[in-house]
Design a protein around this ligand. Structure first.
Ligand code: NAD
Ligand code: UDX
Length: 464
């Protein structure tokens, strides 16, 4: 297969940035250029201090520091990077549609189509196009049709190469992936393109971990993986509610079933509900695709994973209100954590947003501490819901940069993210400064329940 020396990636987000940084780190002979329309984002990726890059991931700033300027570049000149590259990754966002047919369910593919049209317009030499974004099954067909009918008579090969990294562990996951999945056409040209991408990954990933399939299996496997993972979380969360009513402990139940090698121990942490940019979006998309083929039972089956998750988020807020004597109006509630999981500054679909929204409807005052999320981000997340005016949101919600300050005078603390630092706080000091009785709602089961109860906290944990 042709040896790749120049790669371009369109989209410098949570996937494009880390993925390309690691490819550049591991393949010094390949020039990697990551492009984006968002000038502020590119400027942040180019910030001389790599601690200021726009995606917070443990270990990422070191990878960027190693490769940037050597064979890793960030730019807003999309046309130039496309024209030069032999291989182009498309890593743009594919959010749930907010308008028209499939609103609230289907994936919005407008950014993908724009990329395809731009590639077709700019390309003067043959290219391998790699779908890195998560896409509905059979999207490669549409991409191919756009490229072949509007291009300058150059040859395009389309590959599907979905990304399985999880945020918070992106660098680890990229360095030692469980597998790399590449789908391609069965034709000779298709297989040659596929081999060129296999060779890129083979610079650091053992060959037996690089799986190759046809295009449609690869596209569908990504949606399937996320659906299975989210289903595990909804399954354990469903049991957590039953535990609360029966005296069973969801921790003990998870351990008891997780030691069965067929079930396995991972991804069985009961929580306030899963968040993140992927799970909900991808399952909704899967449900939409199933319905579009008339497969109602298949669609209903997977939709239940989302219904359960919405229920889990809602019942956490309800529990807080009920426990606080059925009113939180005018009461200060301290949120520890806003990100959708620890070790990321990403807040997309975070359970914290929805629990906060429910409590704000009950006129609570919320103080938020998160070690990596900015005040602007928190306000933006709430404003995006359009539940009340922006002025009301900013009057009722304050971001606080010190956790002890955040909890001072609060009637209750709600732990929304499992940041490690929460485990080692001076909880006696926090207790001393709270309104009594001091309630603590642990949405992540991170604190030592017995220790905090002994201090005097009234502790509620998920599934206990
Ligand atoms: P993101 O929103 O962080 O980044 C996407 C970037 O693409 C944005 O910076 C945007 O400005 C840019 N962009 C959009 N249209 C463009 C265009 N026409 N030209 C140039 N730039 C353009 O999104 P993300 O989290 O990186 O996700 C990207 C894709 O990867 C999605 O399909 C997502 O489902 C998938 N994915 C995400 C994760 C994750 O953990 N976030 C994991 C696996 C897969
Ligand atoms: C997920 C997939 O794991 C990854 O493979 C895919 O590429 C993108 O989507 P991500 O959303 O970044 O990754 O994080 P993940 O670790 O999967 O967590 C998703 C949500 O589920 C988080 O809110 C997390 O807190 C929650 N979760 C996870 C639980 O509540 N309990 C668990 O046991 C595991």
């Amino acid at each position: 297969a042709k040896k790749i020396t120049k790669i371009c990636c369109i989209g410098a987000g949570y996937v494009g940035g880390p993925t390309m940084a690691v490819i550049a780190q591991k393949c010094p002979g390949i020039q990697v250029t990551v492009v984006d329309l968002n000038q502020a984002r590119i400027a942040a990726w180019n910030d001389p201090d790599t601690e200021n890059i726009p995606v917070y991931e443990p270990g990422l700033s070191a990878v960027v520091a190693e490769a940037r300027g050597r064979n890793l570049f960030f730019s807003t000149n999309v046309d130039e990077a496309i024209a030069e590259a032999e291989m182009i990754f498309i890593s743009v966002n594919t959010p749930t549609k907010t308008y028209g047919t499939g609103k609230g369910m289907a994936a919005d593919l407008k950014y993908i189509e724009l990329c395809a049209r731009q590639i077709a317009r700019v390309s003067k030499t043959d290219k391998i196009i790699v779908e890195k974004s998560t896409l509905p099954v059979r999207t490669a067909e549409a991409v191919k049709s756009i490229l072949q009918n509007t291009g300058n008579n150059v040859q395009f090969q389309i590959l599907s190469n979905p990304e399985f990294l999880a945020e918070g562990t992106a660098v680890e996951d990229l360095h030692a992936p469980d597998r790399i999945l590449i789908g391609g056409d069965p034709t000779e040209e298709g297989q040659e393109a596929l081999q060129a991408l296999v060779d890129v990954y083979a610079n650091w990933v053992p060959r037996e971990k690089i799986l190759t399939t046809n295009l449609w299996s690869s596209e569908l496997s990504k949606l399937t993986a996320n659906a299975f993972l989210a289903q595990r979380v909804s399954s354990i969360n469903a049991l957590s509610e039953l535990c609360e009513h029966t005296g069973a402990d969801v921790f003990e139940v998870a351990r008891s079933i997780g030691t069965d090698s067929r079930i396995g121990p991972k991804f069985l942490n009961a929580s306030v509900g899963f968040g993140g940019s992927c799970f909900q979006k991808d399952i909704l998309n899967l449900v939409y695709i199933a319905r579009s083929y008339g497969l109602q039972q298949v669609a209903d089956y997977w939709e239940q994973v989302i219904i359960m998750n919405d229920h889990q988020k809602r019942r956490f807020g309800t529990k807080i209100v009920r426990t606080l004597y059925n009113t939180v109006s005018g009461k200060k509630i301290a949120f520890l954590g806003w990100a959708f999981k620890k070790d990321t500054n990403d807040t997309r679909e975070s359970a914290a947003i929805y629990v906060a929204d429910d409590l704000l409807n009950e006129q609570a005052n919320i103080a938020v501490y998160d070690p990596k999320v900015t005040a602007d981000q928190i306000q933006g997340d709430l404003n995006y819901l359009h539940s009340r005016s922006e002025a009301e949101n900013s009057a009722l919600v304050t971001a606080v940069t010190d956790p002890y300050e955040c909890c001072k005078g609060a009637h209750a603390i709600a732990i929304m993210t499992e940041w490690d630092e929460f485990k080692t706080y001076d909880w006696e000091r926090i207790y001393a400064n709270m309104t009594k009785p001091a309630f603590l709602f642990d949405g992540r089961n991170v604190v030592d329940r017995k220790k905090l109860s002994d201090i005097g906290f009234k502790v509620y944990s998920i599934g206990k």
